[in-house]
Write a protein that binds this ligand. Sequence first.
Ligand code: FAD
Length: 413
Amino acid sequence: MDRFHGFTLQEKRQRDEQSKLNVIIVGAGLGGLGAAIAILLAGHDVTVLEAASEIGEIGAGIQVLPNAARILFSWGMKEILEPHATWPQKCNFWGWKGNYLSEMDFHGYTRVTGVPFWDFHRANLHKGLITRAVQLGAKMVTNARVHDFTIGDNESSATVLLADGRAMTADLVVGADGINSGLREIFLGREDPPIATGDLAYRLLLDTKDMISDPDLRPFVDNPQVNYWLGPDVHAVNYILRGGELFNMVLLVPDDIPEGTVNTMEGDAAEMRAHFSQWDPRLGKLAALCDSKSVLKWRLCIRPSLEPTWSDPSGAFTMLGDAVHATLPYLASGAGMALEDGGVLGLCLGRLTDKSQSSKRKALEVYEACRRERTERVVQRGSYNQWIYHLPDGPEQEERDKKFKIFEKLDEE
Ligand code: FAD
């Protein structure tokens, strides 16, 4: 039976009315759904409010590192997710000309720890989380955009106000509304937009049928691996999904979306390909497989931690995920951090023996104390990787390439 921090979380805990919270989670993203599962397993009631009219197939590939996989296992999700997961054997790092730098042995790590590196289509991971949350009793409400919240007069509850005029009250409201969080701004009482990083992402999903006839590209399909190419101002990441059906490619380049406009827009595929025209010919071939004229560009933003605190002193409101600590995806860890937040919040609420204001406040203090420093480090490390990955050719890049060999030494130990 999976255990997590000493608890067995396979079955919902029984709670009496003295200690059972009615929790509202705002946002049915990966973080909000993870929190729903963990809080349900702790024995509380959960309603998830999602602005979208339906929860559909959005996003592209997502890497789930062992820290997050371990939590998903502890929530009883191994069987739900395994059929949709790809298990990359290793991660290769290449210089931009295709020169081999280093590799990390993922399967070796799994053999020792029992926990996998997994790759998913985000839609499969998302659907798996919904399935588990609903199994455990989550009430899912779509078309429910929260546009305000207030703390109750007696400070033991919070009320969310929906765009359509409905109001809903709970013992605890959890803001999991993502990087463009409105709840963060309401909580702070001022505007607080995400911060542009100077990079944008092109996200492509290629059909692997188009790759297998090319001997240079076929190995990417036959051997599930994650590949990184690092070069001046630009890098690329790719891996297969759905057991080899799709190939996920993310190209990270300088942000040229006009400032103060939108964060996503249609881009020109020829312009995208031009970034890689001098690179490893395999990347040029992959980019050429994108047959549409336009590709979506995503401006990459971050959110440094929410100061001074993530939670209201009433104990009736807290936040998690990208809303409080969105990071560059250069550690493949944003969703992992959001899932960890949910897991820890569930454990803290699992220890409640009553639902008094002071008990809830204490639980939220412990939650934040466990999460703040780690998530701040991940945001900083993501920005550090932006510098490391994008070094121009020269002595610093040569030093970096030498240091990347450390991954292989770690594998040997
Ligand atoms: P979201 O997933 O954004 O969910 C927020 C939800 O709230 C949405 O469903 C939204 O509709 C809803 N919402 C918003 N406002 C309201 C409102 N007012 N009322 C009701 N609902 C509302 N992470 C990894 O771990 N591994 C990776 O490999 C990885 N790759 C990435 C690649 C790219 C290019 C990018 C951009 C990100 C990547 N990430 C990765 C990061 C990851 O996608 C995010 O960190 C994660 O999705 C954050 O989850 P969240 O629940 O906090 O927010």
